[in-house]
Design a protein around this ligand. Structure first.
Ligand code: NAD
Length: 435
Protein backbone atom coordinates (compact mmCIF):
# COMPACT_ATOMS: atom_id res chain seq x y z
CA UNK A 1 0.00 0.00 0.00
CA UNK A 2 3.03 2.28 0.51
CA UNK A 3 3.56 4.91 -2.18
CA UNK A 4 7.08 3.89 -3.28
CA UNK A 5 7.18 6.50 -6.04
CA UNK A 6 6.65 9.28 -3.48
CA UNK A 7 9.53 7.90 -1.37
CA UNK A 8 11.72 7.56 -4.49
CA UNK A 9 11.19 11.16 -5.64
CA UNK A 10 12.13 12.34 -2.14
CA UNK A 11 15.68 11.01 -2.67
CA UNK A 12 18.35 12.99 -4.59
CA UNK A 13 18.78 10.50 -7.45
CA UNK A 14 15.03 9.92 -7.59
CA UNK A 15 14.31 13.63 -7.92
CA UNK A 16 17.01 14.00 -10.59
CA UNK A 17 15.77 11.06 -12.66
CA UNK A 18 12.05 11.80 -12.48
CA UNK A 19 12.63 15.49 -13.33
CA UNK A 20 14.72 14.53 -16.36
CA UNK A 21 11.93 12.21 -17.50
CA UNK A 22 9.26 14.88 -16.94
CA UNK A 23 7.42 12.69 -14.41
CA UNK A 24 5.18 13.99 -11.61
CA UNK A 25 6.93 15.54 -8.60
CA UNK A 26 4.84 14.86 -5.50
CA UNK A 27 5.94 16.85 -2.46
CA UNK A 28 5.80 15.22 0.98
CA UNK A 29 2.79 17.00 2.50
CA UNK A 30 2.93 18.55 5.93
CA UNK A 31 0.04 17.09 7.91
CA UNK A 32 -1.29 17.85 11.38
CA UNK A 33 0.42 16.15 14.33
CA UNK A 34 0.51 17.10 18.03
CA UNK A 35 4.11 18.26 17.44
CA UNK A 36 3.13 20.27 14.37
CA UNK A 37 -0.32 21.72 15.00
CA UNK A 38 0.11 24.83 12.84
CA UNK A 39 1.62 25.87 9.52
CA UNK A 40 5.30 26.74 9.65
CA UNK A 41 5.42 30.50 9.13
CA UNK A 42 3.28 33.59 8.86
CA UNK A 43 0.22 34.83 7.04
CA UNK A 44 -0.02 37.53 4.38
CA UNK A 45 -3.41 39.25 4.17
CA UNK A 46 -4.11 40.98 0.85
CA UNK A 47 -7.17 42.68 -0.59
CA UNK A 48 -8.53 43.22 -4.11
CA UNK A 49 -11.57 45.45 -4.65
CA UNK A 50 -13.43 47.20 -1.86
CA UNK A 51 -14.16 44.62 0.78
CA UNK A 52 -16.81 45.07 3.44
CA UNK A 53 -15.52 42.15 5.52
CA UNK A 54 -14.05 42.70 8.96
CA UNK A 55 -11.45 40.05 8.44
CA UNK A 56 -8.45 41.12 10.50
CA UNK A 57 -9.81 40.01 13.94
CA UNK A 58 -10.89 36.65 12.51
CA UNK A 59 -7.49 36.04 10.92
CA UNK A 60 -5.79 37.08 14.16
CA UNK A 61 -7.76 34.38 16.00
CA UNK A 62 -6.48 31.66 13.62
CA UNK A 63 -3.22 31.97 15.56
CA UNK A 64 -0.93 32.50 12.54
CA UNK A 65 1.16 35.64 12.94
CA UNK A 66 1.82 38.10 10.11
CA UNK A 67 4.42 36.93 7.58
CA UNK A 68 6.50 40.11 7.51
CA UNK A 69 8.71 40.42 4.46
CA UNK A 70 9.91 36.80 4.30
CA UNK A 71 8.29 33.61 3.08
CA UNK A 72 4.60 33.24 3.89
CA UNK A 73 3.10 29.93 4.97
CA UNK A 74 -0.28 31.26 3.90
CA UNK A 75 -1.73 34.01 1.76
CA UNK A 76 -5.33 35.14 2.16
CA UNK A 77 -6.63 37.34 -0.65
CA UNK A 78 -9.92 39.03 0.19
CA UNK A 79 -11.50 39.41 -3.26
CA UNK A 80 -15.07 39.57 -1.94
CA UNK A 81 -15.33 43.17 -3.14
CA UNK A 82 -14.34 42.38 -6.73
CA UNK A 83 -17.32 43.40 -8.87
CA UNK A 84 -15.92 43.67 -12.41
CA UNK A 85 -13.03 42.86 -14.71
CA UNK A 86 -11.02 45.83 -13.41
CA UNK A 87 -11.23 44.17 -10.00
CA UNK A 88 -9.68 41.05 -11.49
CA UNK A 89 -6.67 43.18 -12.46
CA UNK A 90 -6.27 43.81 -8.73
CA UNK A 91 -6.36 40.04 -8.05
CA UNK A 92 -3.45 39.62 -10.44
CA UNK A 93 -1.61 42.62 -8.99
CA UNK A 94 -1.97 41.26 -5.45
CA UNK A 95 -0.95 37.65 -6.05
CA UNK A 96 1.53 37.84 -8.92
CA UNK A 97 4.36 39.26 -6.78
CA UNK A 98 3.86 36.94 -3.79
CA UNK A 99 2.89 33.55 -5.17
CA UNK A 100 6.48 32.45 -5.66
CA UNK A 101 7.29 33.14 -2.03
CA UNK A 102 4.56 30.92 -0.55
CA UNK A 103 6.34 28.17 1.41
CA UNK A 104 6.16 24.49 0.42
CA UNK A 105 2.92 22.90 1.75
CA UNK A 106 1.64 26.47 2.15
CA UNK A 107 -1.85 27.77 1.56
CA UNK A 108 -3.46 30.28 -0.79
CA UNK A 109 -7.04 31.08 0.24
CA UNK A 110 -9.19 33.43 -1.83
CA UNK A 111 -12.28 34.96 -0.33
CA UNK A 112 -15.15 35.70 -2.66
CA UNK A 113 -18.76 36.81 -2.41
CA UNK A 114 -21.94 35.00 -3.45
CA UNK A 115 -22.86 35.63 -7.10
CA UNK A 116 -25.30 38.53 -7.37
CA UNK A 117 -28.25 37.51 -9.58
CA UNK A 118 -29.05 41.20 -10.16
CA UNK A 119 -25.53 42.14 -11.35
CA UNK A 120 -24.02 40.04 -14.12
CA UNK A 121 -20.74 41.97 -14.00
CA UNK A 122 -20.28 41.07 -10.33
CA UNK A 123 -21.35 37.48 -11.05
CA UNK A 124 -18.88 37.21 -13.93
CA UNK A 125 -16.03 38.59 -11.81
CA UNK A 126 -16.84 36.36 -8.83
CA UNK A 127 -17.21 33.26 -11.00
CA UNK A 128 -13.86 34.18 -12.57
CA UNK A 129 -12.31 33.66 -9.13
CA UNK A 130 -13.37 30.01 -9.32
CA UNK A 131 -11.52 29.44 -12.60
CA UNK A 132 -8.56 31.33 -11.20
CA UNK A 133 -8.49 29.21 -8.03
CA UNK A 134 -8.68 25.92 -9.89
CA UNK A 135 -6.03 26.96 -12.39
CA UNK A 136 -3.59 28.24 -9.78
CA UNK A 137 -4.15 25.00 -7.81
CA UNK A 138 -3.03 23.02 -10.83
CA UNK A 139 0.15 24.98 -11.40
CA UNK A 140 1.36 26.03 -7.95
CA UNK A 141 3.10 22.75 -6.99
CA UNK A 142 5.33 21.94 -3.99
CA UNK A 143 2.43 20.63 -1.93
CA UNK A 144 0.77 24.04 -1.85
CA UNK A 145 -3.02 24.26 -2.00
CA UNK A 146 -5.43 26.88 -3.35
CA UNK A 147 -9.06 27.18 -2.26
CA UNK A 148 -11.89 29.71 -2.56
CA UNK A 149 -14.36 30.51 0.20
CA UNK A 150 -17.51 32.44 -0.71
CA UNK A 151 -18.79 34.21 2.35
CA UNK A 152 -20.95 37.08 3.53
CA UNK A 153 -19.79 37.36 7.10
CA UNK A 154 -16.21 36.88 8.36
CA UNK A 155 -16.92 35.50 11.89
CA UNK A 156 -19.22 32.77 10.49
CA UNK A 157 -16.31 31.58 8.34
CA UNK A 158 -13.78 31.39 11.18
CA UNK A 159 -13.84 27.60 11.59
CA UNK A 160 -13.46 27.21 7.82
CA UNK A 161 -10.50 29.59 7.63
CA UNK A 162 -8.92 27.93 10.62
CA UNK A 163 -9.16 24.56 8.85
CA UNK A 164 -7.91 25.79 5.48
CA UNK A 165 -5.04 27.70 7.09
CA UNK A 166 -3.80 24.65 8.99
CA UNK A 167 -1.94 21.40 8.19
CA UNK A 168 -5.31 19.61 8.61
CA UNK A 169 -6.35 20.58 5.08
CA UNK A 170 -3.21 19.20 3.38
CA UNK A 171 -5.12 17.21 0.74
CA UNK A 172 -7.96 19.71 0.11
CA UNK A 173 -7.24 21.84 -2.94
CA UNK A 174 -9.12 23.47 -5.81
CA UNK A 175 -12.29 23.65 -3.73
CA UNK A 176 -15.01 26.28 -3.64
CA UNK A 177 -16.72 26.37 -0.26
CA UNK A 178 -19.78 28.46 0.47
CA UNK A 179 -20.27 29.69 4.00
CA UNK A 180 -23.61 31.23 4.95
CA UNK A 181 -24.39 33.66 7.73
CA UNK A 182 -24.96 30.98 10.40
CA UNK A 183 -25.19 31.04 14.15
CA UNK A 184 -22.38 31.41 16.63
CA UNK A 185 -22.07 28.47 19.05
CA UNK A 186 -24.08 29.14 22.21
CA UNK A 187 -21.21 28.30 24.55
CA UNK A 188 -17.50 29.02 24.07
CA UNK A 189 -15.69 26.20 22.31
CA UNK A 190 -12.66 24.50 23.86
CA UNK A 191 -9.93 24.91 21.24
CA UNK A 192 -8.24 21.59 21.92
CA UNK A 193 -11.38 19.54 22.50
CA UNK A 194 -14.11 21.31 20.49
CA UNK A 195 -16.31 18.19 20.44
CA UNK A 196 -16.21 17.57 24.20
CA UNK A 197 -19.60 16.44 25.47
CA UNK A 198 -20.73 15.35 22.00
CA UNK A 199 -21.56 11.88 20.83
CA UNK A 200 -20.53 10.74 17.35
CA UNK A 201 -21.71 7.68 15.45
CA UNK A 202 -19.37 6.56 12.65
CA UNK A 203 -20.75 3.89 10.32
CA UNK A 204 -18.12 1.56 8.89
CA UNK A 205 -15.83 2.73 11.67
CA UNK A 206 -13.93 -0.55 12.11
CA UNK A 207 -11.24 0.23 9.55
CA UNK A 208 -10.00 2.53 6.79
CA UNK A 209 -11.41 6.04 6.56
CA UNK A 210 -14.09 5.34 9.20
CA UNK A 211 -11.47 4.30 11.74
CA UNK A 212 -9.53 7.53 11.10
CA UNK A 213 -12.71 9.58 11.43
CA UNK A 214 -13.53 7.94 14.77
CA UNK A 215 -9.98 8.56 15.95
CA UNK A 216 -9.99 12.24 14.92
CA UNK A 217 -13.41 12.97 16.44
CA UNK A 218 -12.25 11.28 19.67
CA UNK A 219 -9.09 13.40 19.60
CA UNK A 220 -11.36 16.43 19.41
CA UNK A 221 -13.24 15.26 22.49
CA UNK A 222 -16.23 13.34 21.12
CA UNK A 223 -17.50 10.10 22.62
CA UNK A 224 -17.50 7.74 19.64
CA UNK A 225 -19.78 4.88 18.74
CA UNK A 226 -18.16 2.65 16.13
CA UNK A 227 -20.83 1.00 14.01
CA UNK A 228 -19.89 -1.88 11.73
CA UNK A 229 -21.21 -5.24 10.52
CA UNK A 230 -21.13 -8.16 13.01
CA UNK A 231 -18.39 -9.84 10.89
CA UNK A 232 -16.11 -6.90 11.71
CA UNK A 233 -16.68 -7.29 15.46
CA UNK A 234 -13.03 -7.74 16.39
CA UNK A 235 -11.88 -4.63 14.54
CA UNK A 236 -14.86 -2.55 15.70
CA UNK A 237 -14.20 -3.44 19.34
CA UNK A 238 -10.46 -2.81 18.95
CA UNK A 239 -11.10 0.69 17.56
CA UNK A 240 -13.80 1.49 20.14
CA UNK A 241 -11.67 0.27 23.07
CA UNK A 242 -8.65 2.23 21.92
CA UNK A 243 -10.74 5.42 21.74
CA UNK A 244 -12.69 4.88 24.95
CA UNK A 245 -15.91 4.52 22.93
CA UNK A 246 -18.36 1.71 22.24
CA UNK A 247 -18.97 -0.64 19.33
CA UNK A 248 -22.40 -1.11 17.77
CA UNK A 249 -22.54 -4.26 15.64
CA UNK A 250 -25.20 -3.77 13.07
CA UNK A 251 -25.67 -4.06 9.33
CA UNK A 252 -26.64 -0.55 8.32
CA UNK A 253 -28.91 -1.91 5.58
CA UNK A 254 -31.20 -3.61 8.14
CA UNK A 255 -34.70 -2.18 7.88
CA UNK A 256 -34.71 -1.37 11.61
CA UNK A 257 -31.15 0.09 11.72
CA UNK A 258 -32.47 3.57 12.57
CA UNK A 259 -34.52 2.44 15.55
CA UNK A 260 -31.69 0.23 16.81
CA UNK A 261 -29.30 3.18 16.71
CA UNK A 262 -31.87 5.35 18.50
CA UNK A 263 -32.28 2.66 21.20
CA UNK A 264 -28.51 2.43 21.67
CA UNK A 265 -28.29 6.22 22.14
CA UNK A 266 -30.91 7.18 24.75
CA UNK A 267 -29.18 10.54 25.32
CA UNK A 268 -29.26 11.39 21.64
CA UNK A 269 -26.63 11.86 18.98
CA UNK A 270 -24.72 14.95 17.88
CA UNK A 271 -22.63 13.79 14.95
CA UNK A 272 -23.92 11.27 12.44
CA UNK A 273 -21.13 10.22 10.09
CA UNK A 274 -22.32 8.06 7.20
CA UNK A 275 -19.06 6.46 6.11
CA UNK A 276 -19.86 2.77 5.46
CA UNK A 277 -19.55 2.00 1.78
CA UNK A 278 -18.85 -0.85 -0.62
CA UNK A 279 -17.89 -1.34 -4.26
CA UNK A 280 -18.94 -4.14 -6.65
CA UNK A 281 -17.28 -2.97 -9.86
CA UNK A 282 -18.19 -4.23 -13.30
CA UNK A 283 -19.23 -2.58 -16.54
CA UNK A 284 -22.99 -2.23 -16.90
CA UNK A 285 -23.19 -4.83 -19.69
CA UNK A 286 -21.78 -7.42 -17.28
CA UNK A 287 -23.47 -6.22 -14.12
CA UNK A 288 -26.30 -8.34 -12.78
CA UNK A 289 -28.83 -6.84 -10.34
CA UNK A 290 -27.07 -8.80 -7.54
CA UNK A 291 -24.04 -6.54 -7.95
CA UNK A 292 -26.02 -3.38 -8.61
CA UNK A 293 -28.43 -3.32 -5.69
CA UNK A 294 -26.13 -3.99 -2.68
CA UNK A 295 -24.04 -0.92 -3.59
CA UNK A 296 -27.15 1.27 -3.82
CA UNK A 297 -28.41 -0.26 -0.56
CA UNK A 298 -25.26 0.30 1.54
CA UNK A 299 -24.06 3.57 0.01
CA UNK A 300 -27.36 5.38 -0.48
CA UNK A 301 -30.62 3.71 0.63
CA UNK A 302 -29.36 3.02 4.16
CA UNK A 303 -28.10 6.60 4.45
CA UNK A 304 -31.52 7.95 3.44
CA UNK A 305 -33.37 5.52 5.72
CA UNK A 306 -31.29 6.00 8.88
CA UNK A 307 -31.13 9.77 8.41
CA UNK A 308 -34.92 9.96 8.09
CA UNK A 309 -35.46 7.65 11.08
CA UNK A 310 -33.03 9.50 13.37
CA UNK A 311 -34.36 12.95 12.45
CA UNK A 312 -37.94 11.77 12.92
CA UNK A 313 -37.20 10.14 16.27
CA UNK A 314 -35.51 13.33 17.48
CA UNK A 315 -32.32 11.36 18.18
CA UNK A 316 -30.19 14.03 16.50
CA UNK A 317 -29.71 16.87 18.97
CA UNK A 318 -30.02 20.51 17.92
CA UNK A 319 -26.64 21.83 16.80
CA UNK A 320 -26.01 18.36 15.37
CA UNK A 321 -24.13 17.50 12.22
CA UNK A 322 -24.66 14.96 9.48
CA UNK A 323 -21.65 14.23 7.28
CA UNK A 324 -22.22 11.75 4.45
CA UNK A 325 -19.59 10.23 2.20
CA UNK A 326 -19.77 10.86 -1.53
CA UNK A 327 -16.84 10.24 -3.90
CA UNK A 328 -15.27 11.85 -6.93
CA UNK A 329 -16.66 8.81 -8.79
CA UNK A 330 -20.10 10.24 -8.04
CA UNK A 331 -19.08 13.61 -9.50
CA UNK A 332 -16.93 12.65 -12.49
CA UNK A 333 -18.19 9.10 -13.12
CA UNK A 334 -15.91 6.10 -13.46
CA UNK A 335 -15.89 3.19 -15.90
CA UNK A 336 -16.97 -0.01 -14.18
CA UNK A 337 -18.72 1.89 -11.41
CA UNK A 338 -22.21 2.76 -12.66
CA UNK A 339 -23.62 1.38 -9.39
CA UNK A 340 -21.07 3.12 -7.15
CA UNK A 341 -21.12 6.39 -9.15
CA UNK A 342 -24.93 6.46 -9.01
CA UNK A 343 -24.95 5.81 -5.26
CA UNK A 344 -22.40 8.51 -4.53
CA UNK A 345 -24.09 11.07 -6.81
CA UNK A 346 -27.25 10.25 -4.88
CA UNK A 347 -25.48 11.41 -1.71
CA UNK A 348 -24.81 14.78 -3.37
CA UNK A 349 -28.52 15.12 -4.18
CA UNK A 350 -29.50 14.14 -0.65
CA UNK A 351 -27.18 16.76 0.86
CA UNK A 352 -28.34 19.57 -1.41
CA UNK A 353 -32.01 18.91 -0.79
CA UNK A 354 -32.00 18.08 2.90
CA UNK A 355 -29.48 20.68 4.15
CA UNK A 356 -31.75 23.77 4.21
CA UNK A 357 -34.68 21.86 5.72
CA UNK A 358 -32.64 19.99 8.33
CA UNK A 359 -31.20 23.25 9.60
CA UNK A 360 -34.57 25.00 9.64
CA UNK A 361 -36.48 22.15 11.27
CA UNK A 362 -33.88 20.40 13.44
CA UNK A 363 -30.93 22.77 13.76
CA UNK A 364 -28.73 20.13 12.11
CA UNK A 365 -26.33 20.78 9.21
CA UNK A 366 -25.91 18.29 6.36
CA UNK A 367 -22.71 18.14 4.32
CA UNK A 368 -20.68 15.57 2.43
CA UNK A 369 -17.05 14.76 1.97
CA UNK A 370 -16.11 13.45 -1.47
CA UNK A 371 -12.82 11.56 -1.22
CA UNK A 372 -10.60 11.12 -4.24
CA UNK A 373 -7.90 8.45 -4.19
CA UNK A 374 -7.31 7.60 -0.52
CA UNK A 375 -4.80 4.95 0.57
CA UNK A 376 -6.98 2.25 2.19
CA UNK A 377 -7.72 -1.47 1.85
CA UNK A 378 -10.42 -0.49 -0.67
CA UNK A 379 -7.88 1.17 -2.99
CA UNK A 380 -5.12 -1.38 -2.24
CA UNK A 381 -7.37 -3.92 -3.98
CA UNK A 382 -7.36 -1.84 -7.20
CA UNK A 383 -5.09 -3.30 -9.95
CA UNK A 384 -1.57 -1.79 -9.85
CA UNK A 385 -1.71 0.26 -13.07
CA UNK A 386 -5.07 1.86 -12.27
CA UNK A 387 -3.94 2.41 -8.68
CA UNK A 388 -0.78 4.21 -9.81
CA UNK A 389 -2.81 6.39 -12.23
CA UNK A 390 -5.31 7.20 -9.48
CA UNK A 391 -2.53 8.29 -7.17
CA UNK A 392 -0.87 10.63 -9.65
CA UNK A 393 -3.90 12.14 -11.40
CA UNK A 394 -4.30 15.09 -9.08
CA UNK A 395 -2.54 18.39 -8.50
CA UNK A 396 -0.57 17.02 -5.54
CA UNK A 397 0.46 13.90 -7.55
CA UNK A 398 -0.20 11.50 -4.67
CA UNK A 399 -2.98 9.68 -2.86
CA UNK A 400 -4.58 11.09 0.26
CA UNK A 401 -4.61 9.45 3.67
CA UNK A 402 -7.67 8.47 5.72
CA UNK A 403 -6.63 11.25 8.13
CA UNK A 404 -7.24 13.83 5.39
CA UNK A 405 -10.89 12.81 5.11
CA UNK A 406 -11.12 12.62 8.89
CA UNK A 407 -9.82 16.17 9.40
CA UNK A 408 -12.30 17.49 6.84
CA UNK A 409 -15.09 15.67 8.67
CA UNK A 410 -13.94 17.14 11.99
CA UNK A 411 -14.08 20.66 10.54
CA UNK A 412 -17.65 20.08 9.26
CA UNK A 413 -18.55 18.58 12.67
CA UNK A 414 -17.11 21.53 14.60
CA UNK A 415 -19.59 23.44 16.77
CA UNK A 416 -18.53 26.68 15.05
CA UNK A 417 -19.22 25.28 11.55
CA UNK A 418 -22.98 25.91 11.72
CA UNK A 419 -22.76 28.26 8.72
CA UNK A 420 -21.30 25.50 6.52
CA UNK A 421 -24.33 23.66 5.19
CA UNK A 422 -25.20 21.78 2.01
CA UNK A 423 -21.57 21.59 0.90
CA UNK A 424 -19.86 18.73 -0.88
CA UNK A 425 -16.17 19.10 -0.13
CA UNK A 426 -13.78 17.04 -2.20
CA UNK A 427 -10.77 15.63 -0.42
CA UNK A 428 -8.92 14.69 -3.55
CA UNK A 429 -5.74 16.77 -3.93
CA UNK A 430 -7.64 18.48 -6.77
CA UNK A 431 -8.23 15.35 -8.77
CA UNK A 432 -8.14 15.81 -12.52
CA UNK A 433 -11.38 13.82 -12.68
CA UNK A 434 -14.50 15.99 -12.59
CA UNK A 435 -14.68 19.68 -11.89
P1 NAD B 1 -13.22 0.15 3.66
O1 NAD B 1 -13.75 -0.94 2.79
O2 NAD B 1 -11.80 0.10 4.09
O3 NAD B 1 -14.14 0.30 4.97
C1 NAD B 1 -15.55 0.33 4.88
C2 NAD B 1 -16.14 -0.12 6.21
O4 NAD B 1 -17.57 -0.11 6.06
C3 NAD B 1 -15.75 -1.55 6.60
O5 NAD B 1 -15.34 -1.60 7.94
C4 NAD B 1 -17.02 -2.33 6.36
O6 NAD B 1 -17.15 -3.48 7.20
C5 NAD B 1 -18.09 -1.28 6.64
N1 NAD B 1 -19.38 -1.65 6.05
C6 NAD B 1 -19.60 -2.11 4.80
N2 NAD B 1 -20.89 -2.42 4.65
C7 NAD B 1 -21.50 -2.15 5.83
C8 NAD B 1 -22.84 -2.27 6.29
N3 NAD B 1 -23.80 -2.75 5.50
N4 NAD B 1 -23.14 -1.91 7.56
C9 NAD B 1 -22.16 -1.44 8.37
N5 NAD B 1 -20.86 -1.30 7.99
C10 NAD B 1 -20.54 -1.65 6.72
O7 NAD B 1 -13.55 1.49 2.86
P2 NAD B 1 -12.85 2.94 2.93
O8 NAD B 1 -11.87 3.02 1.82
O9 NAD B 1 -12.41 3.25 4.29
O10 NAD B 1 -14.08 3.87 2.51
C11 NAD B 1 -14.93 4.52 3.43
C12 NAD B 1 -15.95 5.36 2.68
O11 NAD B 1 -15.25 6.29 1.83
C13 NAD B 1 -16.85 4.56 1.77
O12 NAD B 1 -18.15 5.15 1.75
C14 NAD B 1 -16.21 4.71 0.40
O13 NAD B 1 -17.13 4.54 -0.64
C15 NAD B 1 -15.72 6.14 0.50
N6 NAD B 1 -14.63 6.46 -0.45
C16 NAD B 1 -13.41 5.87 -0.34
C17 NAD B 1 -12.41 6.20 -1.23
C18 NAD B 1 -11.02 5.62 -1.16
O14 NAD B 1 -10.18 5.98 -1.97
N7 NAD B 1 -10.72 4.72 -0.21
C19 NAD B 1 -12.67 7.14 -2.24
C20 NAD B 1 -13.91 7.71 -2.33
C21 NAD B 1 -14.89 7.37 -1.42
Amino acid sequence: MADRYLSFTATGPGRFLTRRLGLPQPAALTRWSPERPALDGGLRHLTAGRSGLDLAPVLARTGIGPAGSGRAAAVVLDASGVRDVEGLAEVHAALHPVVRSVAASGRVVLLGAPLDPADHHQAAAQQALEGFTRSLGKEIGRGRTVNLVRLTDAPAAESTLRFLLSPKSAYVSGQVIEVGAGEEPATPVDRDRPLAGRTALVTGGARGIGEAVAETLARDGARVVVLDVPQAEQDARRVADRLGGTALLLDITAADAGSRIAEALPDGLDLLIHNAGITRDRRLVNMPAERWMPVLEVNLASVLRTTDALLKAGTLNRGGRIVATASIAGIAGNAGQTNYGASKAGIVGLVRSLAPRAVAEHGVTVNAVAPGFIETKMTAAVPLFIREAGRRMNSLAQGGLPADVAETTAWLAHPASGAVNGQVVRVCGQSLLGA
